[in-house]
Structures are given as structure tokens and as C-alpha cells.
Ligand binder design. Structure first.
Ligand SMILES: *[C@@H]1O[C@H](CO)[C@@H](O)[C@H](O)[C@H]1NC(C)=O
Ligand SMILES: *[C@@H]1O[C@H](CO)[C@@H](O)[C@H](O)[C@H]1NC(C)=O
Ligand SMILES: *[C@@H]1O[C@H](CO)[C@@H](O)[C@H](O)[C@H]1NC(C)=O
Ligand SMILES: *[C@@H]1O[C@H](CO)[C@@H](O)[C@H](O)[C@H]1NC(C)=O
Ligand SMILES: *[C@@H]1O[C@H](CO)[C@@H](O)[C@H](O)[C@H]1NC(C)=O
Ligand SMILES: *[C@@H]1O[C@H](CO)[C@@H](O)[C@H](O)[C@H]1NC(C)=O
Ligand SMILES: [Cu+2]
Length: 587
């Protein structure tokens, strides 16, 4: 079945002439059982909001923060007409975890998959959600994710199929961190010499809700802050999780933090981890769960505790010396009152630098039996050294000595049309020199900014070794959660120090490695990933810490772009591809 839609769209050309582009495209509606198109109309705009009881300017969608939750079934096509109502800046939205098979222009990465949507313009994101799981979406231009542009995306199994576990109800917990300083202020600080670091967040948010300068748990006598005076209807009032006794609930947990690595725990309740980044894992039980920015998990909890009590759900900072109070919510057994505060204090977050605890958790994550297995061998191995450097006095993050600065023309279009001046044509380095000491603060005069691309041969198996190192300060190496667009990868293993092919190769797990889209590198350690370059497009691979990406911590992969028959004009009507289209349309 097919329907034809004609669209007429005003595209603002760089030279400010208005150019009418009429586009005709086929809207293919799947006729397979039960799957359908789900339409959304969104306006992105700044709104006044009080995420942590302090009023601020927040990037909202349809007047709402966080943005609306998208709910779809595997196989559905999601269609979002996104209108930019920001007045003074462009916008794009990335659908985090959706691989965008056959729709790489809908990945929502500025300068990579598309041009930014200018103020007043509407861009239609149309993509298939092909795999059930817990996902989210967020801005991917400048630091708009830090400004609050995010929301949840949940994909249910298709009709007639079942999840490999049972549950009676579910909750969605989108975790984030929040600063009172505006994102523009943060961005200028990061781009200044000397660097003005953004510092630790003021507040942790659960579903966009947190409390600054007061605590919902203050009666436990701990915090210096006072008891929050909340009625429950405030924008900052915690969302209560109402449950019934002796049931199983699925908590879908996703982290879209700008900076914080988090740990989540629920008083008295164990959690059984069943899903990671939209892939099933072999279930395992934990008391607390580490989650890095860009990751998602599903856990099952059984409500088998004393129903006359309420229980804290706490979220705290790991991996950086915390200066931010825990984020809190309450688990309430119906029909008892939710206003009665829990009897015990909130679960304590493990020490921020207890990396053994974090590694033990990461190593428990293994694919569920029957999941796709990695190819036995790789065709190409790229080793990516993560280092912090000074470039002309500016503090930057670099990958193999190159700090990423995105070009004005999106790679998807410039590669497709062979516009060689759009970005550096030499491939970035495949590895770093053997004598680089990852333990010592580097003096690295050879670091530069750059925008070259790793061109991957179609359908080849690519191994990535992410190598952590010392930052500019002695004895400091940070956590970096790396997120890949357009693919899931297998996490083959984590190790300490410099990756040594002779010694470490045989430790890689090729039997049941988990498939994910985000994986962390621990301080001074390495992480080995494998994926198949089977999705034509231009794909970002980057640290999911927003200020780190802003400081250059990312690379770009591209594969099979020549196999794409047509890229919608509205995705690439800027920069050199914009000029090319203008010429073509005049002829
Ligand atoms: C924080 O709380 C204290 C005492 O409750 C109050 O004096 C102060 O003004 C508050 N600060 C902010 C920024 O709300
Ligand atoms: C009180 O707060 C501090 C710091 O936020 C934390 O280390 C400590 O575990 C808390 N104590 C209790 C009883 O919650
Ligand atoms: C990066 O710079 C360091 C120090 O200048 C040098 O040892 C190393 O070989 C360089 N790596 C690459 C990939 O150019
Ligand atoms: C920097 O790069 C140049 C040219 O590749 C090389 O000769 C020099 O040794 C490098 N410097 C360091 C410190 O690695
Ligand atoms: C890549 O693999 C897919 C699936 O096996 C196949 O359909 C496609 O033709 C292959 N493309 C190339 C360029 O080899
Ligand atoms: C860094 O660690 C080493 C070894 O643990 C120690 O000898 C050195 O004093 C430390 N340096 C600083 C600046 O803390
Ligand atoms: Cu990072």
C-alpha cells in the first residue's frame, strides 16, 4: 500500500534569499501485520520552567519539559514534524539507540546527518523503530541537550510477540543533571582560554524533577538543607512510583546527563537487569546499578516488602567527586498513603571512586542466549587514544591527536556528492604511537583540530579499541561513555592500562558479549568493541559527556553512502550541498 504526499517547503538559503523547493516523496506505509505510522507535531521553544524548584529557561517541546514520551511498537514508522520556534538558533533531534536503517538523514546530528533546522522551519523526521527497547531522544546541536532538549522513546514488542520476561506494570525513569548557569554561559566558558569549566550540576533530575536547596529526605537529619515544602503539584515535586504488593514491575531507566555518571538504588528492593540499550541481557540481580550518560537499562523489581512502608529510590553521582545531592523519588505501595515518608534513609550511593564496584557491574552484563553473535574476526582495527590537550592554549579533548570540529556542510551530503572541499580528505590516524605513556600527563605539541572521516568498507567488521589516558592534570583519568550512531556494537571486554594485542586479544569475549550502543572506558583502561559496517550513512561516534563532545571528543564514521539512492533535499540544503542544490534547481 502506498500514499503520495506532496510537500512544499520554504528553505532559507545561506545568502538569505528565499528559495522554494517543492518536494514529492512517497510515504510508504507498511502493510505488514499491525505496524503503522505514528505521527507527532512538535514545536521546540524556550519555556520558563522550575525543574529543581528554581525557575529557569529550559528548552521544551510543545510547552513541556522533558519532551513528550514517544511510544511505538517494533516495526512502526515514527513521523515527527519538528518546528523550530527558538527564534535565534537552529535545532536538530537525535533518536538515541534507533539505528536508522535506510534513513540516515533522520539521525538528527547537526553537520553529520543533516543541516540544522532554522528558526521557523519544519523538518520531518521519519524512521522505522525496528527493535523493542528503552530509548530516548535529545538535541544534537551545540549543547542543546544540556539546555533540556530531551525525552523518552519506548518501543514495545510487536503484536503477537512477547518479551523474554514477565511483568505486571512499568515505569519510565529518565535521568538527567541540571545547572542554573545558562547553556550559553557554559558554552562560552568551555570555548575560552583559559577554560572555564562548568563545574558539577546543581541538581539531579528524575523525569525532569529534582529539588535544589531543600531535601525531600531532610527529616532523616542528614542534609544541611531544610525539608522541602512541596504540595506535590509543583514542576519540581518528585514523581511517586505507585505499585501494588506482590507484583513485578519493569523500570525503564535511561540517562541523558550532560556530565554525571550515576548510580541508582531502591531501598529494600533488589533489581534484576534484563535489558541494556535496547538489547536483552542474561538477567542478573543487583542492589544498585551504575548508568552512564547515553545508556539505558530495564530492571525488574518485585514488590514483596512491607506494604505499609514507603521506600526511597535514590540516584547519586559516581566517577567524579560529587558536589550534587542525591536525586530522590518514592516507591509507594497502594492503597497506602504516599505522603508518609520512608522509615529509613535513602540508599547510600557507592563511593564515587570505587571503580572496582563499577567494573564488577559492567562485567556482569552479557547477552541473552540466542542474541546475535559477533563475527569471529575483524577486517579493520582502529585504536582511539583519548587524550586531553592544549591547542593554541585552548583546552581540548583529542582522539589520536585530532580534536573534532564539525564542518558547516553535513558529511552525508558532501560524501554522497563528492564535495571534496567540504572536509579534510585524509583519513584520521588509525592508532597512536607505541611509546605514548597513557599513565603520564602528556606533553603533546602535535595535537590539532580536524574534521576527517573514517571511511569504512561496506559490510566489513570493525574493531574499535578505546584507549583511556591521563588528562592534563597529573594522576587524573576520567570516565568517558562512548556512543555510536547507526549501529549497535558488541562490547568484547574492558582492561587496565594500555591495550596489548599479544596479551589482551585472547581475553576478549566472543562467546556472549552484550550488544549495546554506548560503552564506558574506565580511568587508565581500554574497552574493545566490534561492529559490522552495514548501514549506509555518516555516523557520529563520540563521548556522550556533552562538554567533552563540545571540546572535540568524537570521530565520524561513514560507510556505503554511494549506495543511498536519494537524500531528501531538506536534510542537506545548507553549506556546499545547499549551493549545489540551488544550482541544480535553477537549471
Ligand atoms: C536556600 O535556602 C536557604 C535557607 O532555606 C535560603 O536562605 C536561601 O535563600 C536559599 N537559596 C536559594 C538559591 O534558593
Ligand atoms: C548524608 O549525606 C552525605 C553527603 O551527601 C552522605 O555521604 C551520607 O551518607 C548521608 N548520610 C545519610 C544517613 O544519609
Ligand atoms: C600524537 O602526538 C604524540 C606526541 O606528540 C606522538 O607521540 C604520537 O605519535 C602522535 N600520534 C599520532 C597518531 O599522530
Ligand atoms: C610532531 O610531528 C612531527 C611531524 O610529524 C614529528 O617530526 C615530531 O617528532 C612530532 N613531535 C612529537 C613530540 O611527537
Ligand atoms: C551488505 O550486506 C547486506 C546483507 O547481507 C547485503 O544485502 C548487501 O548487498 C551488502 N552490500 C554490499 C555493498 O556488499
Ligand atoms: C601521582 O601518583 C604517583 C604514583 O602514585 C605519585 O608518586 C605522585 O606523587 C602523584 N602526583 C601527584 C601530583 O599527585
Ligand atoms: Cu568524555
Amino acid at each position: 500500500m502506498g500514499t503520495k504526499t506532496t510537500c512544499r517547503r520554504l528553505i532559507r538559503a545561506p545568502a538569505s534569499q528565499m528559495l522554494m523547493v517543492a518536494c514529492i516523496f512517497m510515504l510508504l506505509v507498511e502493510s505488514s501485520a499491525g505496524s503503522k505510522a505514528r505521527h507527532f507535531k512538535w514545536d521546540v521553544e524556550y519555556v520558563f520552567w522550575s525543574p529543581d524548584c528554581v525557575e529557569n529557561v529550559v528548552m521544551g517541546i510543545n510547552g513541556q519539559f522533558p519532551g513528550p514520551t514517544i511510544r511505538a511498537k517494533a516495526g512502526d514508522t515514527v513521523v515527527i514534524d519538528l518546528t523550530n520556534k527558538l527564534h535565534t538558533e537552529g535545532v536538530v533531534i537525535h533518536w538515541h539507540g534507533i539505528r536508522q536503517f535506510g534513513s540516515p538523514w533522520a539521525d538528527g546530528t547537526a553537520s553529520i546527518s543533516q543541516c540544522v533546522i532554522n528558526p521557523g522551519e519544519t523538518f520531518t523526521y521519519r524512521f522505522k523503530v525496528d527493535k523493542a527497547g528503552t530509548y530516548f531522544y535529545h538535541g544534537h546541536y551545540g549543547m542543546q541537550r544540556s539546555a533540556g532538549l530531551y525525552g523518552s522513546l519506548v518501543v514495545d514488542v510487536e503484536d503477537g510477540k512477547k518479551e523474554p520476561f514477565h511483568y505486571d506494570g512499568e515505569f519510565n525513569l529518565l535521568l538527567s543533571d541540571w545547572w542554573h548557569e545558562s547553556v550559553h554561559h557554559q558554552e562560552v566558558g568551555l570555548s575560552s582560554n583559559p577554560l572555564r569549566w562548568i563545574g558539577e550540576p546543581q541538581t539531579l533530575l528524575i523525569n525532569g524533577r529534582g529539588q535544589y536547596n531543600c531535601s525531600v529526605a531532610a527529616h532523616h537529619g542528614n542534609s544541611s538543607s531544610s525539608q522541602c515544602q512541596l504540595r506535590g503539584s509543583e514542576q519540581c515535586a518528585p514523581e511517586i512510583l505507585h505499585v501494588l504488593p506482590n507484583k513485578i514491575y519493569r523500570l525503564r531507566i535511561a540517562s541523558t546527563t550532560a556530565l554525571a555518571s550515576l548510580n541508582l538504588a531502591i531501598g529494600n528492593h533488589k533489581m534484576v537487569v534484563v535489558e541494556a540499550d535496547g538489547n536483552y541481557v542474561t538477567p542478573f540481580a543487583v542492589d544498585d546499578l551504575d548508568i552512564y550518560s547515553g545508556e539505558s537499562y530495564s530492571v525488574l523489581i518485585t514488590t514483596n516488602q512491607d506494604p505499609s512502608n514507603n521506600y526511597w529510590l535514590s540516584v547519586g553521582v559516581r566517577g567524579r567527586e560529587p558536589k550534587t545531592p542525591q536525586g530522590l523519588s518514592v516507591l509507594n505501595y497502594r492503597p497506602n498513603s504516599a505522603s508518609k515518608l520512608p522509615a529509613s534513609s535513602p540508599p547510600t550511593t557507592p563511593a564515587w571512586n570505587d571503580y572496582a564496584h563499577s567494573k564488577s557491574f559492567s562485567n556482569k552484563i552479557l547477552a541473552l542466549m540466542g542474541s546475535p553473535k559477533p563475527p569471529k574476526n575483524y577486517d579493520r582495527r582502529i585504536t582511539l587514544l583519548n587524550s586531553q590537550n592544549k591547542i593554541n592554549g585552548y583546552t581540548k579533548w583529542a582522539i589520536n591527536n585530532v580534536s573534532l570540529t564539525l564542518p558547516p556542510t553535513p558529511y552525508l551530503g558532501s560524501i554522497k556528492y563528492g564535495l571534496r572541499h567540504a572536509f579534510q580528505q585524509n583519513s584520521p590516524p588509525e592508532s597512536f604511537s607505541n611509546d605514548y605513556d597513557v599513565m603520564k600527563p602528556p606533553v603533546n605539541p602535535n595535537t590539532t583540530t580536524g574534521n576527517g572521516v573514517y571511511i569504512l568498507a561496506m559490510n566489513t567488521t570493525v574493531d574499535i579499541i578505546l584507549q583511556n589516558a591521563n588528562a592534563l592534570t597529573a594522576n587524573v583519568s576520567e570516565i568517558h561513555p562512548w556512543h555510536l550512531h547507526g549501529h549497535d556494537f558488541w562490547v568484547l571486554g574492558y582492561g587496565e592500562g594500555k591495550f596489548d594485542p599479544k596479551k589482551d586479544e585472547k581475553k576478549l569475549n566472543l562467546k556472549n558479549p552484550p550488544l549495546r550502543n554506548t560503552a564506558v572506558i574506565f580511568p587508565y583502561g581500554w574497552t574493545a568493541l566490534r561492529f559490522v559496517a552495514d548501514n549506509p550513512g555518516a555516523w557520529a561516534f563520540h563521548c556522550h559527556i556533552e562538554p567533552h563532545l563540545h571540546m572535540g571528543m568524537g570521530v565520524v564514521f561513514a560507510e556505503g553512502i554511494q549506495h543511498l539512492t536519494k537524500i531528501p533535499q531538506e536534510a542537506i540544503a545548507c553549506g556546499l550541498t545547499g549551493k549545489m542544490l540551488m544550482t541544480a534547481n535553477h537549471n
